[in-house]
Design a protein around this ligand. Structure first.
Ligand SMILES: [Cu+2]
Length: 112
């Protein structure tokens, strides 16, 4: 059960990662987008599912330029259960991703 959950999360994270286009970007852009990792990664979206028991939240979020994500609906894991308290389906929220390499973990979800 836990194992399949971890696999699902890994698959989601993979699905969310765009194909590697760094080489093409370097050729077309004056400056490579290497500053993307700096600072918090914050986005906004609408909550479509909350599973407090599993500690997960699904958000239909807008594009996140810092990590080259298009808009999509995806599931995140809350870093701690408290993050999901008071969050309900249909809420318009802003949320923060843990890091550029841990993009399936949210460290903050706040109603807008
Ligand atoms: Cu996403």
């Amino acid at each position: 059960m836990l194992r399949s959950l971890i696999v699902s999360i890994a698959l989601l994270a993979t699905a969310c990662s765009p194909p590697a286009t760094q080489e093409a970007d370097d050729m077309n852009m004056a400056e490579p987008a290497t500053s993307a990792a700096a600072g918090p990664i914050i986005s906004t979206g609408t909550v479509t599912q909350v599973d407090a028991a599993a500690g997960t939240i699904t958000i239909n979020h807008g594009p996140i330029e810092a990590i080259s994500w298009p808009a999509m609906t995806m599931q995140f894991t809350a870093e701690s259960p408290a993050i999901l308290q008071g969050v309900a389906v249909g809420d318009a929220v802003s949320f923060e991703l843990k890091s550029p390499t841990e993009t399936s973990v949210v460290t903050m979800v706040q109603e807008q």
